[in-house]
Design a protein around this ligand. Structure first.
Ligand code: 4NP
Length: 150
């Protein structure tokens, strides 16, 4: 069982998008029982639903999702998950602060799996959820490839 948590700032836009894109890719590969996939935020307004833009973009791309409430990344999540994956570089810094560093090398930047050391586009100010979706898809496809090879 591989346990993954995607992490952004608010856990309402980017990390839930990555969570459901990854679940969709894993289901399409017939690997659902081998994975636990969740998402969390470093500074969420806890209990807030997924943003309308993220829900709309997932629907547009036929990616199934469930209603969910934002939650906080906890220090104990470092032990619980095998891969803690930040959507942007500031998330990665915040994750290391919350988790007390990264002694086991479990914290990653999503786009690094795709060979691109950059952030997933943040739709918060742009309302451009399509670019965020494209980034999540590229990152999650590369992540799944990496995990299949590991
Ligand atoms: P997320 O988006 O981190 O992708 O969920 C944001 C959510 C909330 C805020 C910024 C980004 N905020 O400033 O409240």
């Amino acid at each position: 069982m591989t346990k993954i948590v995607f992490v952004c700032l608010g856990n309402i836009c980017r990390s839930p998008m990555a969570e459901f894109v990854m679940k969709h890719l894993v289901a399409a590969a017939g690997l659902e029982k081998d994975f636990l996939i969740e998402s969390a935020g470093c500074y969420p307004s806890i209990g807030t639903p997924m943003s309308d833009g993220t829900a709309h973009e997932l629907k547009k791309n036929n990616v199934p999702f469930t209603r969910r409430a934002s939650k906080l990344l906890l220090e104990s999540d470092y032990k619980k998950f095998d891969y803690l994956i930040g959507l942007d570089r500031s998330n990665v810094r915040d994750m290391k602060e919350i988790c007390g560093g990264d002694p086991d090398g479990k914290i990653f930047l999503l786009m690094d799996f795709a060979g691109k050391h950059r952030d997933v586009a943040d739709p918060w100010y742009t309302d451009d959820y399509a670019t965020t979706y494209d980034d999540c898809l590229i990152g999650c496809e590369a992540l799944l490839d990496f995990l299949k090879r590991s």
